[in-house]
Design a protein around this ligand. Structure first.
Ligand code: PMP
Length: 291
């Protein structure tokens, strides 16, 4: 496997970062998780725009153009012969001193890994998944905005630990007001009385690219959609529920906190939107020049 690292392709075991890199020392950096399907990188431009916005929010000045990074992503797929898979694009603050001061880091580091990912067991995509709400609240937007896709994922990891300890693969995180924010690596949707609903970004969610895609698909299919603040009560009385994320794709949720959602099986609108999503990703995206 070849990794793109600071402008060069290097073998996996040569792809190393300094112990003085602030990405490692402080989680100071930004990243994207991107998918390739059928020889195309899905919504690459949208991922790059979000990466630049995350960088801007943490005052990390990108020395590369958006096009240069898009080319690096596509080339990393091509060099590895990757037709379908998962791409991790990371920009760190770079090498600095042992103090926090980001301005003492001369230049950011960038790397791209083109590999694969299986977030949840395959059968859960058909039968649905159980989730729990956890005690760890999502980062307060005034502390570290969940809209920034930063390398600092400890908030999510602490929630993930609670979920795994409770015997389920994913956690629903609430915000400091008790409203549903999102899951540790996914956005959350419910369906109630035929209306598709997701939490607003202001509730403490990342603006997921899969989330946006599903909203687009729902609108095109004439499914009523709204953003709405949600409580656990709203989840408990939902007819359907599913999660979206680049790594997770779209996965039905059939139980929350031990309570069945709807009739306890993936609902019709969920199944319809997941099918549409799988159709779309096969045809749309930045082509990878494969031999
Ligand atoms: N929320 C969080 C916290 C995430 O980390 C992610 C992506 N991994 C998402 C939501 C989903 O975003 P996207 O659909 O762009 O992958």
């Amino acid at each position: 496997m070849k990794i793109y690292l600071n402008g060069e392709f290097v073998e996996k075991d040569q792809a190393v970062i300094s112990v003085f890199d602030h990405g490692l020392l402080y989680g100071d950096g930004v990243f994207e998780g991107i998918r390739a399907y059928n020889g195309r990188v899905f919504r690459l431009k949208e991922h790059i725009v979000r990466l630049f916005e995350s960088a801007r929010a943490i005052m990390l000045k990108m020395p590369w153009s958006q096009q240069e990074i898009m080319d690096a992503v596509v080339q990393t797929c091509a060099v590895n012969g990757l037709k379908s898979g998962y791409i991790r694009l990371v920009v760190t603050r770079g090498v600095g001193t042992l103090g926090l001061n980001p301005y003492l880091c001369d230049k950011p580091s960038i790397f791209v890994i083109a590999d694969s990912i299986q977030l949840y067991p395959k059968e859960m995509y058909e039968k649905g998944m159980d989730v729990v709400t956890v005690a760890t609240i999502r980062n307060h937007p005034a502390a570290l905005s969940p809209a920034i896709k930063s390398l600092n994922y400890l908030n999510n990891i602490l929630a993930k630990i609670e979920a795994i300890n409770a015997g389920v693969p994913e956690a629903v995180m609430l915000n400091s007001d008790g409203y549903v924010a999102e899951c540790t690596g996914d956005n959350l949707f419910i369906v109630k009385n035929g209306v598709l609903i997701t939490t607003p970004i202001s509730a403490g969610a990342l603006r997921g690219i899969t989330r946006d895609t599903v909203i687009e698909l729902a609108k095109a299919a004439g499914i009523p959609f709204q953003e709405q603040t949600l409580t656990r009560f709203d989840l408990f009385i939902a007819d359907e529920c599913f999660l979206t994320g680049t790594a997770a794709e779209a996965i039905p949720v059939v139980k929350i906190d031990g309570r069945p959602i709807g009739d306890g099986t993936p609902g019709p609108i969920t199944k319809q939107l997941i099918a549409k999503f799988h159709g779309l990703v096969q045809t749309e995206g930045e082509p990878i020049p494969l031999p």
